[in-house]
Design a protein around this ligand. Structure first.
Ligand SMILES: CC(C)(COP(=O)(O)OP(=O)(O)OC[C@H]1O[C@@H](n2cnc3c(N)ncnc32)[C@H](O)[C@@H]1OP(=O)(O)O)[C@@H](O)C(=O)NCCC(=O)NCCS
Length: 188
């Protein structure tokens, strides 16, 4: 399967709403009674108001169209990234699309110098909790009866290590001579 991960565009809202609804229905069942309104999604998934940046990415598979989405938020003031939501079409979950979307999210957060990524996941969704653990998250806390009575939310985080930069090569004697020459020229 050829898969393309690209930024969300306004025209994607309907298809993304379908994917998110189908994927969240897998564990929320009757608790999910309303489809995400495509107009709200359009506003939510790509915005930038200075202190809060939002960027969403979609996974597009040939023949199938949009099969997944990740919604990423960045709070630059706190260098905090938030994984708001991720969903993959139930028919092709387990094929590595969630990981690819997450990796794209990581590129976005790293680009904005995040030091920590936060998300939460329902206690009735052990599969997604396992997915987040595989992505490097661990549980920091729990919110009791949070979105629904009887359903707790795990708060999960991932602390980012600074990316290792390749060590600068010590200047060779020839380079050093050139630097000295330039310095001499500057002082002339
Ligand atoms: C959670 C979700 C996004 C994962 O996407 P996916 O495409 O199925 O995940 P991947 O195939 O990329 O899996 C990545 C890793 O997570 C693991 N994983 C994914 N789903 C899992 C599950 N249900 N149970 C156990 N492990 C799971 C995979 O085994 C894989 O590990 P590996 O690389 O070591 O083999 C997807 O199942 C989904 O849309 N779920 C419904 C919506 C949801 O729960 N969203 C999260 C809450 S916001």
């Amino acid at each position: 399967m050829n898969l393309l991960i690209r930024p969300f565009e306004n025209g994607d809202a309907e298809a993304v709403a379908e994917v998110l609804y189908a994927s969240f229905k897998t564990y929320l069942g009757e608790l999910l009674d309303k489809k995400d309104d495509a107009d709200d999604l359009r506003k939510e998934l790509a915005s930038h108001d200075g202190d809060v940046m939002r960027q969403s990415f979609v996974a597009v598979a040939d023949k199938c169209g949009i099969v997944g989405c990740i919604e990423c938020t960045m709070l630059p003031r706190y260098r905090l990234g938030i994984l708001e939501r991720i969903g993959v079409s139930p028919e092709i979950s387990g094929a590595g699309i969630g990981r690819k979307l997450f990796e794209e999210g990581m590129r976005f957060w790293r680009k904005h110098d995040a030091r920590k990524i936060y998300t939460d996941v329902s206690s009735i969704n052990p599969g997604a909790k396992r997915f987040y653990e595989k992505m490097g998250f661990s549980v920091e806390g729990m919110l009791k009866n949070h979105f629904f009575d009887g359903v707790d939310e795990y708060q999960m985080s991932l602390f980012l290590k600074p990316e290792r930069k390749t060590a600068e090569k010590p200047a060779s004697p020839v380079d050093r001579q050139n630097v000295e020459k330039i310095d001499q020229e500057k002082t002339l």
